[in-house]
Design a protein around this ligand. Structure first.
Ligand code: FAD
Length: 404
């Protein structure tokens, strides 16, 4: 049979974005499973606008070759104070999505075991032995499916706290040296905190080049023009003598919510943002996709069905995220103080571990005591009660389902 006409595969990956491509890349790099027959299906195939992915990393990774820049030092600004952060042993790394795809795709596409199809996946059906993938351009089957389609309906039906991280970024160039290229600006809160958390984030690429992003955490999406005004105001306030040439722009919205990201069935495993890899309280995703990919590879090598990301992370981290989101939604005017204090009063290494769901309970207790305790306690009690209520409702539903 012509390989192009093949319709059954060992694995089908839905979505050739960050998580789909990273998964296929790591399978191909693993001696024991590199011959797995895989079909990658994407409705766009890299037609989306390029993104800049940043993440903390404490070691080396196979993607270091395509890192645009990395930093060991960072600064943060509140309305009247400033802190300098030494991120050692971590580095903050920046990668452009187009470099990631240019680096991985030619190798992936050259492998005889990998097929690509441009199609929109409409449905996935697991019959207990195989999964049928229905697309607008053919039907395929696989032993296992990894699905990175964003679960819009799950988010719409989610009754927990949701905020949106909305941002616009400008790549700028100046005539005069204006930036300290060794010191990134993680969060600069020197702006009006009105019904939302607002800050600028500045990644200096050279003394004359930077990516400046204006970011808000909001429960109501703002028009893009409002974000553009925010970035313009920031630049004219802090760089009045450095006319800036904009070379490109980036725009994004990341939902911040602990929406459920469980398996739809034994053989359909959600990955990427769809698989719970976007940290609800920060929007960071890249490192969690890396962590999940490693878990999937280890499971495939051991001939086991992989679990979604959320099922092997201690549950307390999801609870912390819910509590922080609740506080930020209820008291957006306090967000700047909370996030600034988080870094100011704690060891940076412990904070970064905490942000990666890797801290110890001891480190977490130490962090919590340095935050506004009452505010967090109240939110924690509400979240705990909500959780109890949800568990009760689920048990009642199970009882009802069994009785009919
Ligand atoms: C502008 C922007 C900047 C970001 N910056 C950072 C950052 O600095 N650090 C960080 O950690 N995270 C960041 N994120 C969050 C996160 O890293 C990215 O959203 C990341 O791309 C998520 O990976 P993914 O695989 O889940 O989704 P995607 O990369 O979006 O891939 C999903 C793929 O599925 C395809 N698809 C969707 N529906 C279908 C369908 N029905 N059929 C077939 N294919 C389908 C899409 O075409 C897409 O290619 C950013 C997000 C945005 C939007």
């Amino acid at each position: 049979m012509n390989y192009k006409e093949k319709i059954h595969f060992e694995i089908i990956v839905v979505g050739a974005g960050l998580s789909g491509i990273m998964l296929v890349w790591e399978i191909l790099k693993n001696e024991q499973i590199k011959h797995t027959e895989i079909l990658l299906i994407d409705k766009h195939q890299q037609e989306e606008a390029p993104r800049t992915w940043c993440f903390w990393d404490r070691g080396q990774s196979s993607f270091d070759k395509i890192i645009t820049k990395s930093w060991r030092q960072a600064e943060m600004f509140a309305s009247s104070s400033q802190i300098q952060i030494d991120m050692h042993p971590y580095q903050y790394k920046m990668m452009r999505s187009e470099h990631f795809f240019e680096y991985t795709l030619p190798y992936i596409q050259a492998q005889p075991t990998i097929q690509f199809r441009k199609a929109a996946v409409l449905d996935l059906l697991d019959d207990g032995n195989k999964v049928t993938v229905i697309t607008d351009n053919g039907t395929y089957t696989a032993n296992m499916v990894f699905d990175s389609r964003f679960p819009k309906e799950t988010l719409e039906n989610y009754n927990g706290t949701i905020l949106y991280q909305q941002f616009t970024g400008w790549f700028v160039r100046t005539n005069n040296p204006s930036f300290d290229e060794h010191n990134l600006r993680l969060m600069d809160f020197r702006m009006l905190q009105d019904q939302k958390v607002a800050f600028c984030y500045l990644l200096p690429l050279s003394p004359k080049e930077a990516l400046i992003e204006y970011t808000i955490f909001t429960d109501t999406l703002q028009p893009v023009e409002a974000l553009e005004k925010g970035i313009e105001a920031y630049i004219s306030q802090h760089y009045p003598d450095s006319p800036m040439h904009i070379s490109s722009k980036e725009y994004g919205v990341i939902p911040m919510a602990n929406f459920p990201a469980e398996k739809r069935s034994e053989r359909i495993i959600p990955i990427g943002t769809a698989g719970g890899c976007t940290k609800a309280s920060s929007g960071y995703t890249f490192s969690f996709v890396q962590q999940h990919t490693l878990h999937i590879i280890a499971s495939l090598v051991a001939n086991k069905i992989p679990e979604p990301y959320t099922s092997f992370i201690p549950r307390r981290f999801a609870f912390y995220d819910k509590v922080l989101l609740r506080v930020l939604k209820k008291h957006p005017e306090k967000g700047n103080e909370i996030l600034f204090r988080l870094f100011k009063r704690n060891k940076t290494e412990a904070v970064i571990s905490f942000l990666h769901n890797r801290s110890t309970i001891r480190e977490e207790l130490s962090i919590f005591t340095k935050l506004p305790v009452l505010l967090f306690l109240k939110a924690a009690i509400t979240e705990w009660r909500n959780n109890e209520k949800n568990v009760r409702q689920m048990k009642q539903k199970e009882k009802y389902d069994l009785s009919v």
